[in-house]
Write a protein that binds this ligand. Structure first.
Ligand code: CP
Ligand code: NVA
Length: 322
């Protein structure tokens, strides 16, 4: 591949500078406000969605978003008798090289993050991580958009993730320094973020003037929080450890008592799907502080903006922003 032909990918939020992340959010706001202005902008382009794990929001928001932009999506589940060959051993590199001859973007949800890296390394079209065991960058983009809508500005907000460190908390830790908000992960001592991700998030935070913190005490961590975020205790692929995880996380449920310790106007966030009564009570999930449906909706707008930028249809730099 010639260097000038190198595509832009979103493997994790490390692929975006703070300026670029803010550009995604700015375009996401515009796309949401005036979707008709973007009709047809991806006309003639096709996108392969290669998924080895279940999905409701990610699949639907990408497929609907691509259709709204005039593009075409092909859903390629990787399992079963009729799935993509990557599910039975075709290498990610071979898959990427072949798909690059047909489509203008590859959106991939896969267990091992390394597979997404391998696809991106061989692809001559943009590769977007639609969730791996390590990161969920599209979720964090939508979450940042949702927080910005709610609070007007992200600068100085404190988000506390309560639960096991996972792909969602990893992406939030990388989003915070780039977008300007502080992130605390309140997790059991043996379910902490991977050292490599934590180190990177902390060094990004030091560079960009935000804070990343770890806590093992949710009640103490959420004091003054503007957002309390949680996710399933058992991520896809961890089913064999489910009982052990539930035991370790018994003290990490988000309930009304925990919410009451946060700032008065604090919001409750969850990437969904939720396990009602497990990581969050119905009262909180359905209550007045919950913005989970806005997060789900913003997947659509944020991903439309992302695709327009990665495909070069919209500029990364707006006039006057250089
Ligand atoms: N939040 C999220 O990624 O949901 P799905 O697993 O339904 O796509
Ligand atoms: N951490 C969860 C997120 C689901 C959207 C998982 O990986 O299953």
């Amino acid at each position: 591949m010639r260097p000038e032909a190198m595509p832009r990918h979103l493997r994790s939020l490390m692929d975006l500078s703070p300026r670029e992340l803010k550009r995604v959010l700015e375009l996401a706001r515009t796309v949401k406000r005036n979707p008709a202005a973007y009709h047809g902008r991806l006309a003639g382009r096709s996108f392969a969605l290669v998924f080895s794990k279940q999905s409701t929001r990610t699949r639907v928001s990408f497929e609907v978003g691509i259709a709204q932009l005039g593009g075409h999506s092909l859903f390629l589940p990787a399992g079963g008798q009729t799935g993509a060959q990557m599910g039975r051993g075709e290498t990610p590199a071979d898959t990427a090289r072949v798909l690059s001859r047909y489509v203008q973007g590859i959106i991939v949800r896969w267990h091992e993050h390394s597979t997404i890296e391998e696809l991106a390394a061989a692809s001559s079209v943009p590769v977007v991580n639609a969730l791996s065991d390590r990161y969920h960058p599209c979720q964090a983009l939508a979450d940042a958009q949702t927080l910005e809508e709610r609070f007007g500005s992200l600068r100085g907000l404190k988000l506390v993730f309560v639960g096991p460190a996972n792909n969602v908390s990893n992406s939030l830790m990388l989003a915070g320094p780039r977008a300007g908000f502080d992130v605390t992960v309140a997790c059991p001592a043996d379910l902490v973020p991977e050292p490599e991700v934590l180190r990177r998030a902390m060094s990004d935070a030091a560079e960009h003037g935000t804070r990343i913190a770890l806590s093992h005490d949710p009640a103490e961590a959420v004091v003054g929080a503007n957002a309390i975020y949680t996710d399933t205790w058992v991520s896809m692929g961890q089913e064999a450890e489910a009982e052990a995880l539930r035991k370790k996380l018994a003290g990490f449920r988000v309930d009304a008592a925990l919410m009451s310790r946060a700032a008065p106007n604090a919001v409750f966030m969850h990437c969904l799907p939720a396990h009602r009564g497990e990581e969050v009570t119905d009262e909180v999930l359905d209550g007045p502080h919950s913005i989970v449906l806005d997060e789900a909706e913003n997947r659509l707008h944020a991903q439309k903006a992302l695709l327009l930028l990665l495909c070069g249809v919209e500029p990364w730099q707006t006039p006057g922003s250089a």
